[in-house]
Design a protein around this ligand. Structure first.
Ligand SMILES: CC(C)(COP(=O)(O)OP(=O)(O)OC[C@H]1O[C@@H](n2cnc3c(N)ncnc32)[C@H](O)[C@@H]1OP(=O)(O)O)[C@@H](O)C(=O)NCCC(=O)NCCS
Length: 169
């Protein structure tokens, strides 16, 4: 099974509907992190409007990819180049439809996005924030080589603190 990352820049209504469908196929994630079964459609559209970009970051620094297996969109991954400093990239979310979890595809997607991140000049660190209540995610990121930095944040849109992990490149 080989996956393909497909960059989405200004999504059409059909692309937004596909992303919404794939998010709705991972209800455990939204339940564990936000206490609901789905993100809102407006929240998904908001990923693309630049409103979450830190000061000084350009629209192209935020890259969102659909994950395709054959013709089917089975997941998504987002990366923000130059998060706290120019050499650091933040992975916003890596999510697969539950039907496709636990089959090695999460690793394939992570390796593909890490390849893209490594191609950006000067990049030294990849960072991920895991909501503490999303306990199944921790072993995955540990397997991908990430370690806790000791930092945690509180964002009231989530059920628990965000735990920060990093991987040096
Ligand atoms: C997290 C997620 C992307 C992982 O993808 P996946 O396809 O299920 O993971 P894989 O099958 O590729 O597993 C990769 C490795 O992690 C390990 N792993 C994954 N989940 C694990 C778990 N819950 N417990 C122990 N090990 C786990 C696997 O054993 C595998 O190890 P190996 O490659 O060294 O043999 C996927 O489960 C998902 O979309 N979850 C919902 C969204 C989410 O929580 N995203 C992360 C937000 S921070």
């Amino acid at each position: 099974m080989s996956i393909r990352l497909e960059r989405i820049i200004s999504p059409s209504a059909a692309q937004l509907a596909e992303l919404y469908a794939v998010c709705s196929q991972a209800p455990n994630y939204w339940q564990l992190t936000e206490g609901k079964l789905l993100p809102g459609k407006a929240a998904i559209a908001g990923w693309f409007d630049g409103s979450e970009l830190p000061v000084g970051r350009k629209p192209d620094d935020q890259q969102i990819y659909g994950v395709r297996l054959g013709a089917e969109l089975i997941g998504m991954v987002m990366a923000l180049r130059g998060w706290r400093y120019p050499e650091q990239t933040m992975i916003g979310l890596l999510l697969l439809s539950e039907r496709w979890q636990g089959k090695g595809l999460g690793r394939a997607v992570y390796e593909a996005i890490e390849g893209i991140i490594r191609s950006w000049p000067g990049m030294r660190v990849v960072r991920i924030g895991i909501i503490a209540s999303n306990t199944p995610a921790f072993p995955f990121w540990h397997r991908m080589g990430f370690r806790e930095t000791g930092e945690r944040r509180r964002d009231l849109s989530f059920l628990a603190d965000t735990i920060l992990l990093e991987k040096p490149l």
